[in-house]
Write a protein that binds this ligand. Structure first.
Ligand code: PGA
Length: 250
């Protein structure tokens, strides 16, 4: 089963509006066609409308980095999935390790967000982290599997094609020390097997699973050569257009 490679940038809380739009203008005409490689950038909500305008008629997909699970209401400071969809945002990262660690997001909350994104026709880019402690203690299998089981609870099989999952060990994020291709493949394989157990083999083979954590232009192609790694979620190295395009081209 051939899955289209994906390169996704996660800018986190970086850039200013003019730099965000400038980035889109620099890369938008250099991108491969979406059947060769899907390219997406996730940015702060304040930049998204202008980025969408700049990316019009290009294959670049614009993602949010998070959203809430209600469409409206008394939730001061939250971002509505309905508003994101209404603006023309393609999808949203959900359950990033930083949201789990700093903002104490649980799998139960992330599951509600996944369902809300799907209800609004936003593609979830669901992140699944894992700590070094769990790896050393040998219980990372249970950890990864239980995260996916809860995060995807009640997701109908027909909605799976809208979801991308990223395996991101928290010790590899922003550390400059990527998982090696064997470790990264293990995590992505485990996620795919969990999908096969929850749904079926065909669903698992169709699911795009990315690796994230200190991906750079040198290690990206080695990581992506692995059977179960369909692409990369890139933080620090997605911030400069030249470096990001090197990753797309690799
Ligand atoms: P990094 O971040 O590439 O800077 O390690 C990845 C991520 O947080 O998604």
């Amino acid at each position: 089963m051939k899955r289209v490679p994906i390169i996704a940038g996660n800018w986190k809380m970086n850039k200013t509006l003019d730099k965000a739009v400038e980035f889109v203008n620099v890369i938008k005409d250099q991108l491969p066609s979406p059947d060769q490689c899907r390219v997406m950038i996730a940015a702060q909500p304040l930049f998204l409308a202008d980025m969408i305008r700049a990316a019009a008629n290009s294959p670049l997909q614009i993602f949010a980095e998070n959203c809430y699970y209600h469409d409206f209401g008394a939730f001061t400071g939250e971002v509505s999935p309905l508003s994101l969809a209404d603006m023309g945002v393609d999808g949203t990262i959900l359950g990033h390790s930083e949201r789990r660690k700093i903002f104490h997001e649980s799998d139960e909350l992330i599951n509600k967000k996944v369902l809300a994104a799907l209800r609004n026709n936003l593609s979830p880019l669901l992140c699944c982290d894992e700590t070094m402690g769990r790896k050393v203690a040998g219980n990372e299998v249970h950890w990864v599997v239980s995260r996916i089981l809860t995060d995807l609870r009640d997701v109908p099989r027909e909605d799976l094609s809208k979801i991308t999952i990223a395996y991101e060990p928290s010790w590899a994020i922003g550390s400059g020390q990527s998982a090696d291709p064997v470790q990264a493949e293990e995590g992505c394989y485990l996620i795919r097997q969990t999908i096969a157990d929850m749904y079926d083999d065909e669903a698992a083979q169709q699911m795009s699973v990315l690796y994230g954590g200190s991906v750079n232009a040198e290690n990206a192609s080695k990581l992506m050569a692995s059977e179960d790694i369909d692409g990369c979620l890139i933080g620090g190295n997605s911030l400069k257009p030249e470096t990001f395009m090197q990753l797309v081209n690799s």
